[in-house]
Design a binder for this molecule. Structure first.
Ligand SMILES: NC(=O)c1ccc[n+]([C@@H]2O[C@H](COP(=O)([O-])OP(=O)(O)OC[C@H]3O[C@@H](n4cnc5c(N)ncnc54)[C@H](OP(=O)(O)O)[C@@H]3O)[C@@H](O)[C@H]2O)c1
Length: 342
């Protein structure tokens, strides 16, 4: 594994995916500046990594909803990984809480990066939500690739009659399109790489004091571990997923590999998942869960695929198994719960 002395800005660095990206960068010899709205979360990240106290710093930024200035954050860095974007399905006004901040954040980071000549590469965490077309149905069998785009319109995404997950999909596709449009129009001194991962699960390395603080995707897995056998399992909207550690490595390789420039990847495990599969893993791996979780045969939709192989080949990834991901997360969250129970 190559090492480098690059100085990389990571936005969303105190979040689920961002914190793993920070750790992979540090392990590769990079200096890292994290951006966060909360200086206490930034301090907690530094405190938890005493061996990297001279390699990790944080800068405070404002909420993207009200417009954000990344001018100070980008000073002196060689590359940017823009992970930050709202990811929640618990909204009152999805346009205000999801779509506008996502687009604002992307435009602000790219505008700031464009006036820093030292920045040669920007990597953006987009999502499979920006790739999938909810109306595209098999047969015939098809495989989504990095060339596919979600055709969702702005009007559909903000329609109050549509659930928040539709607005979230809109937030990702409109923000990613804004990034590619910016690069095309402004021709900045950096090139862009976007990553469009599906559901991301796995152990946490960001500050999670209580189980209630778990990020959206992991919270769904943990809910299964704590549901009674008669509770109906949630149904996965898509069967694609990736382990957060594999995704973090993809981000770092996307910064370090010159040939990645200008590309759009869909990193994803080749194994498919369902929440029923997660429940069986939890039941078989943890004695405290045996016979206590909902066991349900859920059919996995195998009518179409997602091309995780291109990202694996071009970014040097080896995807973990769903069993490893679920087991590592559930063991960790069980510990957090035991420690915080009064
Ligand atoms: N988890 C998944 O399954 C998944 C799958 C595909 C793509 N993604 C994408 O991956 C990225 C990170 O997601 P995650 O799962 O790591 O979520 P997360 O833990 O909620 O992290 C998101 C980070 O974004 C920042 N953020 C959120 N809303 C913001 C706002 N309004 N203004 C400024 N900053 C804001 C937060 O940073 P501070 O609180 O420190 O400011 C937070 O740490 C997002 O772009 C998400 O769309 C996630």
């Amino acid at each position: 594994m190559s090492t480098t002395s690059q100085y990389v800005l990571v936005t969303g660095a105190t979040g689920f995916i961002g914190a793993h990206v920070v750790d992979v960068l540090l392990s590769r010899g990079c200096r890292v500046r994290g951006a966060t709205r909360s200086s206490s979360k930034g301090d907690a990240m530094i405190k938890a990594r005493p061996q990297y106290s001279d390699k990790l710093d944080f800068v405070q930024v404002s909420d993207f909803a009200s417009g954000v200035d990344f001018e100070k954050a980008v000073e002196g860095v060689d590359a940017v990984i823009h992970v930050a974007s709202p990811f929640t399905y618990d909204t009152k006004d999805s346009e205000k809480e999801l779509i506008i901040p996502a687009i604002n954040g992307v435009k602000a980071i790219l505008s700031a990066a464009a006036v820093q000549p030292s920045i040669k590469r920007v990597v953006l965490t987009s999502s499979f939500a920006s790739v999938m077309d909810a109306d595209r149905k098999a047969p015939p069998y098809f495989t989504y690739t990095g060339s596919d785009w979600n055709p969702l319109t702005y009007e559909e995404a903000i329609a109050p009659s549509n659930p928040a997950f539709i607005a979230y999909r809109g937030s990702k596709v409109f923000a990613e399109k804004a990034a590619w449009d910016f690069v095309k129009a402004e021709k900045p001194g950096f090139d862009l790489v976007t990553l469009c991962p599906p559901m991301t699960f796995g152990p946490v390395v960001h500050p999670v004091a209580r189980v209630e603080d778990l990020n959206e995707s992991n919270a769904m897995l943990w809910e299964i571990a704590t549901s009674s056998p008669s509770t109906p399992l949630p149904v996965a909207r898509v069967p694609f997923w990736i382990d957060v550690r594999d995704l973090a490595l993809a981000h770092v390789e996307a910064v370090l590999r010159p040939a990645a420039g200008g590309k759009r990847f869909v990193p994803a495990a080749t194994e498919l998942f369902s929440y029923g599969k997660a429940a069986r893993i939890i039941d078989s791996e943890f004695s405290w869960a045996k016979g206590k979780v909902p066991i349900e045969e859920q059919l996995i939709d195998e009518s179409h695929g997602l091309d995780g192989e291109t990202a694996a080949r071009e970014l040097g990834l080896q995807y973990r198994t769903f069993k490893e991901t679920v087991s590592d997360l559930v063991a960790q969250v069980y510990d957090i719960q035991r420690r915080t129970k009064v």
